[in-house]
Design a binder for this molecule. Structure first.
Ligand code: ADP
Length: 265
């Protein structure tokens, strides 16, 4: 986001004369700014739950205990906030693991239909309060070669996001099929949709359209950043199409070189 050009000038001796060296350090400065933003974001995200927990603990000194009617709520809030920090740290670790991994590390054939069945069970339990109609259209034979844990997070982030960001009683459709020689995955919802100016930024770490709402769902803004990195490592990329007021479609496709046993399909 720092589009300005920064030049560095240096004067050095050369062959008995002076020479001026000009270097374009715009990209370096931009990377440095991104690193600073990242550290600031991580600190902020970790500090927020810590502040809540500290607040409750400070109320609980011996002389001045809050009334018992408050204990259950305090206890539950503290547990929630600790889980929040825990999941943030886990997501940060998986992001850095994925960034550090080499392309074919951990690759093996993955039974995607089984994986999607587990994700469907989890989605249904998340869906209890939401009451969405969730349908799955899955090719039961379509497996791919990749890193299982990473792939699970790519598939599940999109499904769980659709459950979280669609208003109650929505429709969510999940597809896993071969199309044009590629293994194609899509999650379509009829939620609020996303305005065009946000779409390109969704895969930035910590980027959330509505921070307050995302925090309520337990979101940290890292899910799509993780998904993007996983897909890049698996010869794929994330497509997002969305219309405000109508809904969104998040999709990706793997080339046939990733499809397990493709020649027999
Ligand atoms: P979070 O942890 O906040 O869910 P993500 O990286 O998974 O982080 O998503 C980033 C943001 O993208 C979300 O906070 C939300 O604003 C938006 N988003 C993701 N999926 C959807 C969706 N299906 N419909 C509308 N907005 C979405």
């Amino acid at each position: 986001h720092n589009q300005e050009q920064t030049l560095e000038f240096r004067v050095m001796p050369y062959a008995g004369q002076l020479m001026m060296v000009v270097r374009d350090i715009s990209r370096l400065k931009q990377l440095e700014q991104m690193r600073k933003d990242f550290v600031a974001n991580v600190s902020h995200e970790l500090r927020t739950p810590l502040t809540v927990v500290t607040g409750y603990l400070e109320m609980m000194d011996e002389e001045n205990l809050p009334p018992p009617s408050m204990w259950a709520k305090a206890h539950q809030t503290m547990i929630e906030q600790c889980h929040r920090m825990d999941s943030l740290v886990n997501q940060l670790l998986s992001l850095s693991r994925i960034e550090g991994a080499r392309k074919y590390d951990n690759d093996k054939p993955v039974r995607v239909p089984d994986m999607l069945a587990l994700i469907a069970t989890e989605a249904n339990s998340l869906n209890k309060e939401k009451g969405h109609e969730i349908s799955f259209d899955v090719d039961p034979e379509l497996d791919i070669v990749g890193a299982p844990d990473e792939l699970r997070s790519a598939f599940s982030n999109l499904v769980f996001n659709a459950v979280h960001y669609t208003k109650p009683n929505g429709n969510i459709h999940v597809q896993w099929q071969i199309k044009d020689d590629q293994a194609h995955f899509s999650v379509t919802d009829n939620g609020d949709g996303i305005a065009p100016e946000h779409i390109n930024r969704l895969t930035e770490r910590f980027y959330r359209v509505d921070k307050a709402r995302s925090r309520k769902t337990g979101g940290s803004g890292l899910g799509l950043a993780i998904t993007k990195h996983v897909l890049t490592r698996h010869d794929s990329h994330l497509n997002i199409s969305s219309e405000v007021g109508k809904g969104s479609c998040f999709s990706f496709a793997f080339p046939k070189t990733r499809i397990a046993d493709y020649d027999n399909k």
